[in-house]
Design a protein around this ligand. Structure first.
Ligand SMILES: [Zn+2]
Length: 160
């Protein structure tokens, strides 16, 4: 790609390059050997001088294929579960149960639900891909329409 996908300007700067990066994350393979055979591609993070947009100028969308090996669920990892519990402990230690909490990018709402179970009741979640039915989670991006929420804590987990 030789021009900005947003404004079509061709004055671009290379910010970062990496070779042979796995094209997908969250793939679960039956063996170490198969995992080592994952498809890779180069990354060239490029910034448009006009609008500032940063993108991978070598990205080929057709290379991305979701199949049965895709699994972004991390809950079955005892290490990850321990990490989540330690983050909950930090929040419980530092915030009262009536604190106003915003979680941006709730995913399936697992972390959000853990906070509710702890006793936090003034929580607002946002995620356009949320598939559950908790009315406290809004199925959209956090945006200017939610600026009146006077949050004591904003949680951003795995949203970048
Ligand atoms: Zn641009």
């Amino acid at each position: 790609m030789k021009s900005c996908p947003i404004c079509r300007n061709d004055k671009l700067d290379t910010l970062y390059e990496a070779e042979r990066v796995p094209i997908m994350q969250n793939l679960l393979y039956p063996s170490y050997e198969e995992a080592k055979e994952i498809k890779t591609a180069d990354i060239v993070l490029t910034q448009c001088r006009t609008c500032g947009f940063v993108f991978n100028s070598t990205f080929i969308p057709d290379m991305i294929q979701y199949d049965q090996s895709y699994d972004n669920e991390q809950g079955h990892s005892s290490f990850f579960s321990h990490h989540v519990d330690s983050v909950i402990d930090i929040i419980t230690t530092n915030f009262s149960f009536d604190a106003t909490i915003v979680e941006i990018g709730t995913g399936k709402g697992d972390f959000f639900e853990k906070l509710l179970l702890q006793g936090f009741n003034n929580i607002h979640g946002f995620d356009p891909a949320y598939e559950g039915n908790n009315p406290k989670i809004t199925k959209e991006y956090f945006n200017i329409n939610h600026k009146d929420i006077d949050a004591d804590l904003i949680i951003l987990r795995h949203t970048l």
